[in-house]
Design a protein around this ligand. Structure first.
Ligand code: G3P
Length: 216
């Protein structure tokens, strides 16, 4: 399963990229606002920090407007992935861009039928929001299972990018279901490295090593 980080914080991205485990980045208008930086400038910087896809989201709601914005965004770098909302105009834009060989991430997916439409529109990635789905009393991971089943039934190439990931259990369940990608905030990814018994084990080994009086 590929790991993307869901942030526009370039220091956090650089930090995670240094582990060699980061496969891409997702941003959205809320994350750009949180960064306090210019959209085009920060997106360009992020594209230079990772080799994999960097999702940059259009703001326009109509197809023509989305195409205009996508034209500007895809000039930033080869690894820009245009993010469009799951609406009729969004999927029209997806169909056009993917036909031209541009990567497209269809976002704000909350149903398996929406995911089916995105795959038919040639999306590179579909982003079902599991955390927001759970928040509203639905089964986020059940949605991922349904999409996996449908995509496998028809051998769709669209990758399932699990978004709105809130904790390690979402990551674990995504991997068990066979999602292609998950995107999570930096803190959630960093939390995956941690285990109380790992810390305790290191502490014990170091204490015993000190007793040997040796150096390495
Ligand atoms: O980038 C889209 C998605 O991951 C947003 O997550 O936590 O705002 O629901 P969240």
């Amino acid at each position: 399963m590929k790991f993307f980080v869901d942030t526009a914080d370039t220091a956090e991205i650089a930090d995670l990229a240094a582990t060699g485990l980061l496969d891409g980045v997702t941003t959205n208008p809320s994350l750009i606002a949180k960064s306090g930086r210019d959209f085009m400038e920060v997106t360009k910087e992020i594209c230079g920090l990772v080799h994999g896809p960097v999702s940059a989201e259009v703001i326009a709601l109509d197809h023509e407007g989305m195409m205009r914005e996508a034209e500007k965004l895809r000039k930033i770098a080869d690894n820009v992935c245009i993010k469009v909302p799951l609406t009729i105009d969004g999927l029209k834009t997806c169909k056009k861009l993917s036909g031209d060989g541009t990567m497209v991430n269809v976002t704000l997916c909350f149903s398996a039928n929406q995911a089916l439409l995105a795959a038919k529109a040639g999306a590179t990635f579909i982003s079902p929001f599991v955390g927001r789905h759970d928040d509203n009393g639905f089964d986020g991971m059940g949605l991922i299972s349904d999409i996996r089943l449908i995509y496998d039934n028809y051998s769709f190439a669209t990758e399932i990018l699990v978004a709105s990931v809130r904790h390690g259990i979402h990551v674990l369940e995504s991997a068990k279901i066979g999602a292609d990608v998950m995107t999570a905030p930096p803190a959630v990814i960093k939390g995956l490295f941690k285990h109380v018994l790992t810390d305790k084990g290191i502490e014990g080994f170091l204490a015993d090593w000190a007793k040997t009086g040796q150096t390495l």
